[in-house]
Write a protein of this length. Structure first.
Length: 219
């Protein structure tokens, strides 16, 4: 797939399934105590080191994670490729600002953010483009800022031609923690935490191990 083509394909796929996706995963965090603990730990790190605690979620989807971070007292906003997802997020979580945007070209100033969250969004970025995306995360974070990245663990790519009765073309790239950590180190991050957990028994997501990394841009 040509560089940038995956952006259009991913946007179209999520536009087609946005309402049903949001309905299925609306309460996903309610039954995910480990995920909530990791998000809380990230929020506390950001608040401890940065009084204003401005955070961006990239790939915010229907907005549940951004809304949860808002409840954790972060000044959070979200961007997503899919206009349909952004519409849902704005409707369901009016307390948070959501816009259409692309993680490889963030509309943010250099060193302006205290935190950045990529919650199962890096998995849609093909391998050749991943380092550029991580470099962009590094650019927008201020010294001492934190990035949190969640992903499915593995070596394969799940391709879907259909979901919720809609024809789509979506790739879900499973990633190895060591490979993502190498990208972070190349960009200039320092690793703060590495967690790999088994699938939540109550989750509607694919039953594969899940990885979460927290990294810090050095002061």
């Amino acid at each position: 797939m040509a560089e940038g083509a995956h952006v259009l394909v991913t946007r179209n796929g999520y536009d087609a399934i946005a309402e049903k996706y949001a309905e299925l995963f609306r309460a996903e965090l309610d039954d995910a105590p480990l995920d909530r603990a990791l998000l809380r730990g990230f929020a506390e790190l950001v608040r401890r080191d940065h009084p204003d605690a401005q955070v961006l979620e990239v790939g915010s989807g229907p907005g549940a994670v951004s809304a949860h971070l808002h409840q954790l007292e972060l000044q959070v906003s979200g961007i997503d490729l899919s206009p349909a997802m952004v519409d849902i997020a704005r409707r369901e979580h009016p307390e948070v600002s959501f816009d259409v945007g692309e993680m490889s070209a963030l509309d943010r100033a250099d060193a302006g953010l205290a935190g950045l969250v990529a919650w199962y969004s890096l998995i849609h970025v093909p391998g050749p483009q991943r380092q550029g995306v991580i470099d962009e995360f590094h650019r927008v974070l201020r010294p001492g800022g934190y990035a949190l990245i969640a992903f499915q663990v593995g070596d394969d790519t799940l391709h879907l031609d259909e979901a919720f009765g809609q024809a789509i073309s979506l790739d879900f790239h499973r990633l190895q923690p060591d490979a993502v950590i190498a990208l972070l180190h190349t960009a200039g991050f320092e690793l703060t935490a590495r967690v790999v957990r088994s699938p939540e028994s109550t989750s509607r997501a694919t039953k594969v191990p899940q990885g979460v990394l927290i990294a810090r841009k050095p002061s």
